[in-house]
Design a protein around this ligand. Structure first.
Ligand SMILES: CC(C)(COP(=O)(O)OP(=O)(O)OC[C@H]1O[C@@H](n2cnc3c(N)ncnc32)[C@H](O)[C@@H]1OP(=O)(O)O)[C@@H](O)C(=O)NCCC(=O)NCCS
Length: 150
């Protein structure tokens, strides 16, 4: 059994996080990881960027955002992005990362987390629904808004 663990985004893992591969066709659903790293840098009070290591190799990146002052509910505890390396997809890395954000939200006394994603065949909709998210809305840009009750 391989071991999964979480680390804060740091100098030691930032290059690996920034060069995570995607499967062909997935690029259209996510901005490059570097965008999230920049967002984390300018939002240090709310951003929660973490890498997932599998047997000491960086195989995933997730960024949560916890903003109790956000006016809109879906921005109070939100997954801003998740990426799992192409050859590490399909064996629980993504679930592990999402549940880590859920645990952190619970620790902060929150009752749900949300995610906003692009709909589409090769997109992450089925993944989020498998984990237990329920779609409940749409942004003005046609993205799906979904929530996981904790
Ligand atoms: C979406 C993504 C994070 C999933 O990560 P992953 O490590 O492959 O997912 P897991 O192995 O943890 O899968 C958890 C469950 O979801 C299911 N699942 C994952 N991707 C799926 C897909 N595309 N279609 C259907 N089911 C899927 C798995 O089969 C698994 O089900 P199980 O519990 O019955 O075994 C990964 O595919 C990815 O990085 N995609 C590209 C980036 C992206 O779209 N990010 C989201 C933008 S916010």
């Amino acid at each position: 059994m391989s071991e999964l663990r979480l680390e804060e985004l740091a100098a030691s893992n930032i290059v690996a996080a920034n060069t995570l591969s995607l499967k062909p066709g997935q690029e259209q659903f996510v901005a490059p990881v570097s965008h999230s790293i920049a967002e984390a840098y300018v939002n240090p009070a709310t951003a929660w960027p973490r890498v997932v290591l599998e047997d000491d190799e960086v195989v995933g990146f997730i960024m949560g955002n916890f903003d109790p002052d956000a006016q809109e509910d879906e921005f109070k505890a939100c997954i801003w992005r998740i990426n799992v390396a192409a050859d590490a997809q399909g064996h629980g890395v993504g679930r592990f990362a999402v549940l880590a954000v859920a645990d952190e939200a619970r620790r902060r006394g929150l009752e749900r987390i949300t995610v906003i994603y692009e709909p589409g065949e090769a997109g992450p909709a089925a993944f989020f629904e498998k984990i237990g998210f329920t779609p409940y809305g749409e942004t003005p840009y046609g993205e799906t808004v979904a929530a996981l009750e904790l």
